[in-house]
Ligand binder design. Structure first.
Ligand code: BES
Ligand code: MN
Ligand code: ZN
Length: 505
């Protein structure tokens, strides 16, 4: 779908349907809707006064305009109490509006960033515009690639118009709408990659997709390290995990050089388990299908670097995605095996289902060769993180307060929740091995932290943050602008982080 910005007033443009937002408890339509109220012969006032539409958060109502001019219909959407308003409410309200409009079968709709007496002063036109675009584009996401029956019944909204009358603000809204579309498209791109099942998104497919990124952008360079390259380098942890599968592993490297030549890069590392069965330490059958999403970290960093290139960010960025399948077979790695990693440290495999940290150990060690100014890894790493923080929050760990602060600020800005877990030295006790330098599982206590602690041993002294996204990557119940399934968590956060990155002179 496309987002377009149009000069004018909602009440004066004839269109199929316009969005009108309403705060709970307010007695009259807001100032910006007064024109629409007139154009509809006082319809909005009457509905509000009747009590039919209290304006509860995300409540909605479609009404026909009895008059001849302006929109044919309006959709009222509740914002809840104005005291509790946030951009997150706005994203959700526009997602709700867009979904309702799609259900009605309409192809386009109109909206505006003016809706409250004070709220549109608290937030900049940029922030409001971005929230509208994200709400609509992320809320309308659907994954229909493999639906073959009645495809003509798949409804799609094709245009969303943001109407703005203030000359001075129009340009800013237009620019932001353009950027926000790039960002939301990046999130939906990651969702698409994640939604593809294991048979349609093997390590080879993911690598081919990275080659597509290169082909579609002059600014991106993709390089794939093959199994033989990994053997020469000594990435035996990554190779160990891959042994049970007939699909060869790939180490995907995507480079974007938007910064000064020679300026160190920001390194994004994403876990790319295209399917995680657990291997010999096989997972239970129930919900194993969801483990097609075990490459969500990889998808997020691919989405983020794609967006960074399209936004032309003045930074050097490298994305590193170890892509592997974890399966049991006669060739598979086994509990008890000891793997010699790229950094020469050895890891005893006590559980083949703790495979993410093994492939990341080699990827992170490899990342050091670029002498990056920061390393941020995203991984659906542990069920323990979901137990600790729930399924809407990523665990954050790291070795550098400044970088942690930057990631937290970015997460705050995009409403992708992160919460820090400590990496105290004592947790290293959990992953001590009798026969190797470390073991790959510390058992039940502090499971997310023991995994993070192992990773910390492979980043050297580079500033590093690890996000365990096992919870938020996959959503089992619709959220306001995240339909159930792949969320694309991390793309917006990473893009925010990269956009805010201080540029050295
Ligand atoms: N990919 C899983 C983690 C996961 C679990 C992601 C649930 C999303 C939802 C990871 O590879 C894994 O299996 N971790 C094990 C580690 C354990 C064996 C130490 C886990 O969390 O059970
Ligand atoms: Mn696993
Ligand atoms: Zn996994």
């Amino acid at each position: 779908m496309r987002v377009l910005v149009k000069k004018g007033k909602l009440s004066e443009l004839s269109n199929e349907i316009s969005v009108v937002l309403h705060f709970e408890g307010e007695k009259a339509p807001h100032k910006a809707a007064s024109g629409l109220d007139k154009a509809t012969g006082g319809l909005i006032t009457r509905v509000i006064e009747s009590g039919d539409f209290p304006g509860k958060r995300f409540e909605s109502l479609v009404l026909f305009n009895p008059e001849q001019n302006g929109p044919k219909r309006i959709i009222l959407v509740g914002l809840g109490k104005s005291k509790e308003f946030s951009l997150e409410t706005l994203r959700g309200a526009y997602a709700k509006a867009a979904q309702q409009i799609r259900l009605v079968g309409l192809k386009e709709f109109y909206g505006s960033i003016s809706f409250g007496e004070s709220e549109d002063n608290v937030y900049s036109p940029e922030a409001l515009t971005q929230a509208l675009v994200e709400g609509v584009m992320l809320g309308l996401y659907q994954f229909t690639v493999f639906k073959t029956v009645d495809r003509e019944n798949i409804r799609e909204v094709s245009e969303f118009y943001i109407v703005e009358d203030r000359e001075d603000i129009l340009k800013r809204v237009k620019q932001t709408a353009k950027e926000a579309q790039i960002i939301a498209t990046g999130v939906n791109y990651a969702r698409d990659l994640i939604s593809h099942p294991g048979n349609e998104m093997t390590p080879k497919d993911l690598a081919a997709e990275a080659m597509n990124l290169e082909a579609s952008s002059k600014r991106l360079k993709t390089k794939i390290l093959e199994a033989k390259d990994m053997q020469e380098l000594g990435m035996n942890a990554l190779l160990g995990v891959a042994k049970g599968s007939d699909e060869p592993p790939k180490l995907i490297i995507i480079e974007y050089r938007g910064g000064k030549r020679g300026d160190p890069c920001v390194m994004l590392v994403g876990k790319g388990l295209t399917f995680d069965s657990g291997g010999i330490s096989l997972k239970p059958a129930e919900k194993m299908d969801e483990m097609k999403s075990d490459m969500a970290g990889g998808a997020a960093v691919m989405g983020a670097i794609k967006v960074a290139a399209e936004l032309d960010l003045p930074l050097n960025i490298i994305a590193l995605i170890p892509a592997v399948e974890n399966l049991p077979s006669g060739k598979a790695y086994k509990p008890g095996d000891i793997l010699k990693t790229l950094s020469n440290l050895t890891i005893e495999v006590v559980n083949t289902d703790a495979e993410g940290r093994l492939i990341l150990a080699d990827a992170l060690a490899y990342a050091q060769r670029y002498q990056p100014k920061a390393i941020i890894d995203l991984a659906t790493l542990t069920g323990a993180c979901v137990v600790a923080l729930g399924d809407n929050v990523a665990g954050l760990m790291g070795n550098n307060d400044e970088l942690k602060g930057k990631v937290k600020a970015a997460a705050e800005a995009t409403s992708e929740k992160v919460w820090e877990l400590p990496l105290w030295d004592e947790y290293l006790e959990l992953i001590k091995s009798d026969v190797a330098d470390f073991k790959n599982s510390g058992g039940r206590p502090a499971g997310a932290i023991s995994a993070g602690s192992l990773l910390s041993k492979f980043v050297g002294t580079y500033p590093w943050v690890h996000l365990d996204i096992a919870g938020p990557a996959w959503v089992t119940k619709d959220r306001p602008y995240i339909p159930k399934g792949a969320s694309g968590f991390g793309v917006r956060l990473l893009v925010q982080l990269l956009r805010d990155w201080p540029i050295e002179q």
